[in-house]
Write a protein that binds this ligand. Structure first.
Ligand code: PLP
Length: 209
């Protein structure tokens, strides 16, 4: 019988167990774990990014990413049924005091961009500052179209948001479309203004509605 409750019920093969048991290890605090170093280097190369981090779980990776993008009192736009909103025990609120702005997914696993822009808060002290658009690819087993990602990325540049993708199954997305990971990760980018905002620069360009 094939267990179709989730792809997460898949068990490691003997080859994977043997590779784990035979891996060269060391203290990664000192950068001495060659296997972790190789994994991070591979991740950075495949995503065409400066560096990559290794996390033992997707939940932890999502949490660190969202806490990196947003500080307390700031906001991320996210799908109602996104893992990093619905299934992660409210970790961003508990640990980061970050406010989610959940929106309904469309049937094609996208967050409609007119709804996204309508949810971006004006630059006014009554509102949490919207800083991030968080997508998921795949979402619910569906590949997010590349054309949508490009449009979402353009919207985030226009509104000075960063764009994050929960890529728990991003390699499936890449394989399904026959494209390298870097074509997806090219859209995962900080907003240009972010370093200034972090040090309290008062000059954030006001939102234009
Ligand atoms: C889209 C998505 N993100 C994150 C996670 C969390 O991963 P983990 O179970 O490793 O914490 C999952 C788990 O299935 C997931 O489906």
């Amino acid at each position: 019988m094939i267990d179709l409750r989730s792809d997460t019920v898949t068990l490691h093969t003997d080859a994977i167990r043997q590779a784990m048991a035979a891996a060269d290890v060391g203290d990664d605090v000192y950068g001495d774990d060659p296997t972790v170093a190789a994994l991070k280097a591979d991740g950075a190369r495949l995503a065409a990014k400066e560096a990559a981090l290794f996390f033992p779980s997707g939940t932890q990776a999502n949490l660190v990413a969202l806490l990196t993008h947003c500080q307390r009192g700031e906001e991320y736009i996210v799908g109602q049924k996104a893992h990093n909103y619905l299934f992660e025990a409210g970790g961003t609120a508990v640990l980061g005091s970050i406010q989610p702005q959940p929106l309904d997914f469309a049937d094609d696993a996208t967050l409609p961009l007119d709804t996204v822009s309508a949810a971006i808060k004006p630059d006014d002290f009554h509102f949490a500052r919207t800083l991030l658009l968080s997508l998921e690819n795949t979402h619910n087993g569906k590949v997010v179209p590349q054309d949508y990602l490009r449009q979402a990325w353009e919207l985030t540049r226009e509104w000075q948001l960063s764009l994050y993708i929960d890529g728990a199954r991003v390699f499936n997305t890449a394989v399904a479309q026959g494209i390298p990971l870097s074509e997806i990760s090219q859209y995962c980018e900080y907003a240009d203004h972010l370093p200034f905002q972090r040090i309290g620069c008062p000059g954030r360009i006001p939102f234009v509605r």
